[in-house]
Design a protein around this ligand. Sequence first.
Ligand SMILES: *Cc1c(COP(=O)(O)O)cnc(C)c1O
Length: 398
Amino acid sequence: MENSLIPYGRQSISESDIQAVVDVLRSDFITQGPAVERFERSVSEYCGVNYAVAVNSATSALHIACLAAGLAPGDSLWTSPNTFVASANCGLYCGATVDFVDIDPRTYNMSVECLEEKLKAAKQLGKLPKVVIPVHFAGQSCEMARIAELGREYGFTIIEDASHAIGAKYRGEPVGNCQFSDMTVFSFHPVKIITTGEGGIVVTNQPRLNEKLLRLRSHGITRASNLMEGESHGLWYYQQIELGFNYRMTDMQAALGASQMKRLDKFVTRRHELAQRYDSLLAGLPLNLPWQSPNGYSAFHLYVVQVDAADATMNRSHAFNALRAANIGVNVHYIPVHTQPYYIKNGFAEGMFPEAERYYAKAISLPLFASMTDGEQDRVVSVLRDFFKGIFMQKELT
Ligand SMILES: *Cc1c(COP(=O)(O)O)cnc(C)c1O
C-alpha cells in the first residue's frame, strides 16, 4: 500500500449506498420509477429551490438548460475559458455561437470586471449574449450578485455551471437556490462531490422552465391535455409537441444519488479539513495556494496549486511528473477551452484570454476526495517537498 495510486478524485461508496441500489434492482421500476423523484426532492430541498430535473449527465443538463432558455442559431453564449469543454459545447449543440470571458486571477472564476467590459462593447455592436454560464470553479461560487445585476441590465439568462459546487454556499445560502440565476446545473460524475455514476440535474425556481426541462428530458412528449393540440384520444394518449431527447436518469442512479445526498455535508466538511491541512503543510513552498472569497463556502471539488518558481512552466511540468512518478494521480484543470483544436478551428486563438492561459501554465490539481486519509495526504506533501528541495539543491550547486 506504501506506493499505491492516490487519484486526484474518487467516489465514496458506503454499504447503505450499495443497499439503496440493490433495493431498486429488486423493485418494480429500474427507470422512470419513484427513485428519480425522491432524488430530485432531496436535491431541491437541500438547495432551497422549487424544482429539480435529474438527467443522465451534467452535459445533458447544460444542453436542455440552454434550450429551455431559448438559445438558438443566431444567439450567443458566454462562459469561462477555465472550465470543462461541456460548459461551452452546450451552446454549440443549440446552433449558437460561443464566446469566453477571461478569469479573475485570484479565484480562477469568470471575472466580473471582464464580463462588464465585454457586455458594454457587445451592446455597442448589438451582439449581446442570450445566455451566460458562470462556472463555480473548484467549488467556489462566482460573484453571483454582481452577475445577476448585469443580467438584469443587459438582459441575458444565467445558467450556473455548479458541477463542482453542490454543498457550497454563497452569502450563507446554498449554491443552487437560484436566487441570482435562472437555472443551476450539478454533475454527479464519480470525481465530483456526490455521484450517481453518470448523472446531472438542473434546478430552477421558474415553473415554465421546469415544465420545458421535463419535456426536453423525454422526447418533447407531454401527457398534459392543456398543452395538446386538439382532443385527447384516451388514457394512452400523448403528444410530441417539440423536439426532445432521452436524457433520463435511471432509478438505480437516482437511488445512489439520494443515498449520497445524506452524506453531502460530511463530504464537504472532510474536503475542507483536507484543504486546510494542505494550506498548512504546503506553506513556505513556492506555490500559490487556493484563495477563498469571504463571500462563500467552497465545496472544494479541487485543490489547485500554482507552481510559483522562476521558470514556472518548466517547474509545473517537472513537479507534475515527479508526483505522477510517485504514483500520485495529479491532474490539470483546465486547458483553456478556447485553445482546444476544435475551438481554434472555429476562430479562437491562443493569447485571447491571457489570465486563463497564465493560470493554466502553472496549475496542478492535487488529490482531494472525501475518503482521502491524512496519511495519503502526507505522501503527496512529502513528494512535493522533496521535489522543491531537489531544485534548490541544484541551484546551490551551480
Ligand atoms: C464535470 C463537468 C461537466 C460535465 O459533467 P458530466 O456530468 O460529466 O457531463 C460540466 N462542467 C464542468 C465544470 C464539469 O466539471
